[in-house]
Ligand binder design. Structure first.
Ligand code: NOJ
Length: 535
């Protein structure tokens, strides 16, 4: 029997290359920097790395503004560096996932430059969404960019082009077959270079049907679509049901074609994970039907409160919805677009939630630095580079806090990240959060992650579904404890601020913080902590 494909329950480590490790002292991380730290990554116990974009880019949106998708930006190195990174990763049995950005190009891409020159009505403009102004000179509709400000920018001859993100990121017109042909070329280019899979940026956005329709609350909608803007979940969910430009049927036709392309590489098991934040949540399962993509990101834990009812619902819903299409969920607590989990819900809670999630079926994504328990960086406004900050005149602070470079070693900032000045400042207060200092402390977050990922591999990967434990002391009926069993392991999370007794059986094998005591034959789980017991 064929064993499960490598990605099925993989743990995937997200690297934001600019912030990982700087090999040449220019203050920005680069591909040779990533290569130089692959032993660290391997020792963490992950199966794969996902690299955020490193392609040629003017870097107006952290590289998600791609000017040439088949080359490496000089700030990150060159194609030989990419090949070497992939080879060194494979040598360590780590898979490599590249980030592909099909919703838009950079305005510096040769296609967009040609479209500007060729003018109204040209074939070059048909690769993007160019429209004439309304009769009163206003843009074709009232949409607000996800980064703030209008979704339209006017060019010299009076036409407007659509950009759901920054004005430097013109949206591509996927009705034009040249667009798909070019992306298939890009997919093959990277697969031929050795990558094992793709993270598909804005996977739900490619097809636009109602480009000329106004929205009743465009600003509310734009805020609702941002992971870094806090909002009442009911208000957010109601708005998210009204997005006019995401999750159209046509995107699935694209992914069916791409799936055939991936499958044509046979045993290489090329995979793709969709960044598709869609509503209602059942829609996400369409992206992982058997003839489409392999995984879809689950964004729920990036915004969920540390609350037993909320977390029970998220886990239950994710597992059961995915099961309807025979897929497994994905779990992520942090990424480069959202506040770091330790800042959002608290340090101890973040450790507890990570250990809770590592036991669940499916793939776990870990954002570099999460394993160290890093909080968001404290930045001055003058440090900020996120286009959201710039486009909202500072009203929305943006995502730079999650992107502060990693602290590696030593006692003074920039803690071995670079010999130069890091592109975002690293606070001196991170002294005890460096890789070096956490390696020396058996109780550190880093050791917790390493131990947990080892145990996950030993006892949980492939262990099937979970069973909630629902006595009055367990499961979602309790406000304080959330507990499930899977295979030989029982996982108990205590969400409350006091120690709680539970009836879990078995031997304690890991705890996210504090000490588990025994009392009257019961186990006492410390406040804000998760424990695993082996039967
Ligand atoms: C999602 C990416 O994760 C984010 O960083 C980027 O700004 C937008 N897509 C636009 O590409």
């Amino acid at each position: 029997m064929k064993s499960a494909p490598w990605w099925k329950e993989a743990t995937i480590y997200q690297i934001y290359p600019r912030s990982f490790f700087d090999s040449n002292g220019d203050g920005e991380g680069d591909l040779p920097g990533v290569t130089s730290q692959l032993d660290y990554v391997k020792n963490l116990g992950v199966d794969a790395i996902w690299l955020s974009p490193f392609y040629t880019s003017p870097n107006k949106d952290g590289g998600y503004d791609v000017a040439n998708p088949r080359d490496v930006d000089p700030r990150f190195g060159n194609l030989d560096d990419a090949k070497e990174l992939i080879a060194q990763a494979h040598k360590r049995n780590l898979r490599v996932i590249a980030d592909i950005v099909p919703n838009h190009f950079s305005d510096q891409h040769e296609w967009f430059q040609a479209a500007l020159k060729a003018g109204r009505g040209s074939k070059e403009r048909e690769r993007f969404h160019f429209y004439d102004a309304n009769e009163d000179g206003t843009p074709p509709n009232n949409w607000i960019s996800l980064f703030g400000g209008p979704s339209w920018t006017q060019v010299a001859d009076g036409q407007f082009y659509l950009h759901l993100f920054d004005s430097s990121q013109p949206d591509l017109n996927w009705e034009n077959p040249e667009v798909n042909a070019d992306f298939e070329k890009t997919l093959r280019f990277w697969i031929d270079l050795g990558v094992d899979g793709f993270r598909i940026d804005v996977a739900h956005g490619l097809v636009k049907e109602d480009v000329l329709t106004n929205h009743p609350d465009p600003q509310g909608l734009s805020n609702a679509l941002r992971l870094d803007v806090a909002m009442d979940s009911e208000v957010r969910n109601a708005l998210l049901l009204t997005v006019p430009y995401f999750d159209r049927q046509g995107v699935h036709e694209i992914y069916k074609k791409w799936r055939k392309l991936f499958d044509s590489y046979g045993e290489r098991d090329i995979m793709a994970v969709a960044e598709a934040w869609v509503h209602p949540p059942v829609n996400a399962t369409r992206y992982v039907r058997a003839d489409e993509l392999h995984q879809v990101f689950n964004f729920d834990l990036l915004t969920a409160e540390f609350d037993s009812k909320v977390l029970f619902d998220v886990v239950e819903r994710s597992i059961s919805l995915n099961a309807t299409v025979n897929a497994l969920p994905t779990w992520a607590l942090s990424n480069h677009d959202s506040p770091r989990v330790a800042s959002r819900i608290g340090e101890e809670q973040a450790r507890a939630l990570a250990l809770f999630v590592f036991g669940l079926p499916g793939s776990a994504y870990v954002f570099a630095g999460q394993e160290l328990g890093l909080p968001d960086g404290q930045l001055q406004d003058s440090d900020r580079q996120d286009p959201t900050f710039l486009r909202t005149n500072g009203q929305i602070k943006g995502r730079d806090g999650a992107r502060v470079p990693l602290p590696w070693s030593g006692n003074t900032t920039p803690f071995g990240f670079s010999t130069g000045k890091p592109w975002l400042p690293i606070s001196q207060s991170w002294k005890d959060l460096t890789v070096e200092s956490e390696l020396a402390d058996p109780k550190s977050s880093l050791h917790l992650y390493r131990n947990a990922l080892e145990l996950r591999k030993e006892f949980l990967v492939g262990a099937g579904g979970i069973t909630w434990l629902e006595s009055s002391q367990h499961g979602h009926k309790s406000d304080s404890l959330l507990s499930y069993s899977r295979g030989a392991i029982t996982v108990v999370m205590n969400l409350s601020d006091s120690a709680e007794e539970c009836e879990a059986e078995g031997k304690l094998i890991i705890v996210s913080g504090g000490t588990v005591d025994a009392r009257d034959g019961k186990k006492v789980i410390p406040a804000r902590s998760t424990a695993w017991f082996l039967a």
